[in-house]
Structure formats: C-alpha cells, structure tokens
Design a protein around this ligand. Sequence first.
Ligand code: ZN
Length: 153
Amino acid sequence: MNFIMTSQVKNNIFNFCLKQYPKEACGLLLGNISKDNIRCTFSINSKNMAKNPYKFFDIDVRNIFKAELFSRNNNISLLGHFHSHPDSPSGDIPSKHDIKNISNLKYHWIIVSIQNKMIKSVSAFTPHNIQNSKLNDFKKINLVIENQTEKYE
Ligand SMILES: [Zn+2]
C-alpha cells in the first residue's frame, strides 16, 4: 500500500506547516483510494483549535464539514489529515498523544517534522486496532511524492 501525494499537495502542506511554525499546523487530505494505492490530490488547511497549539493539534470542525462537502461534490474521498511536529523529539513519528487520539481507523495520518524552521522529514501512517484489545496503534506506510526532486526521508 502506497500513499501517493502530488507535489502540489506536498508544497501546500510544507508551506503551511512552515507558516504556522512554531505552532503545529493541521489540515485535511482528499483524493482517491484504489486496491493498491491511496492518491492524495487535494489538501485543506485548517485552523489549529488546540488550547496549546505549540504541542497539540485539533482540526477545526468547520474544515471537516468543508472537506466532507468538497469530497461529495467532487466524487473523491476524505483520506485523512496532516499535522506538523515543530522541534519535537517525536520527529515524524506519532506521539503518545497522537496514538491516544486515534478516533477513526479509516483516516490516514501524515506527519511533518520541522526542526529549526526547516522541513526535516515527512511520513505516512495508518491506524489499526491492536488484536484482542481496545488499544489502537499506527503502522507506517510507504509515502510517495509525485515528481519529487528533493528527497525527504
Ligand atoms: Zn502529533
């Protein structure tokens, strides 16, 4: 399973994450799901509603409605969301808080690590339920950026 992102979406996400720095940035991801791939062709930036936006993120529910409407009108799917980790020891790995806050197992997560105002790395994750438990966890999935010239791990 690959999570494919157009370079346009990548640029939008990276620019928005840098603009929101040192706060966490967040937003929604839209596109198409096929048997082998998820292809993200649109992203919607959101206001971060968290009480402490320097450490956490909370997507504005108005943007979730906007994304749901946009997906219905354009016959695409809401794939999940992105958020940034500015100068975080977690890097581009989900934090304990992220794992605790998995609310929808269908949504994929993109995490952008920023260190010293520069994009360090970006990764894609899909949540799953740990067998025989009520706990959830993330599995890293392959992230492919179309027409990518620079390299981010
Ligand atoms: Zn996080």
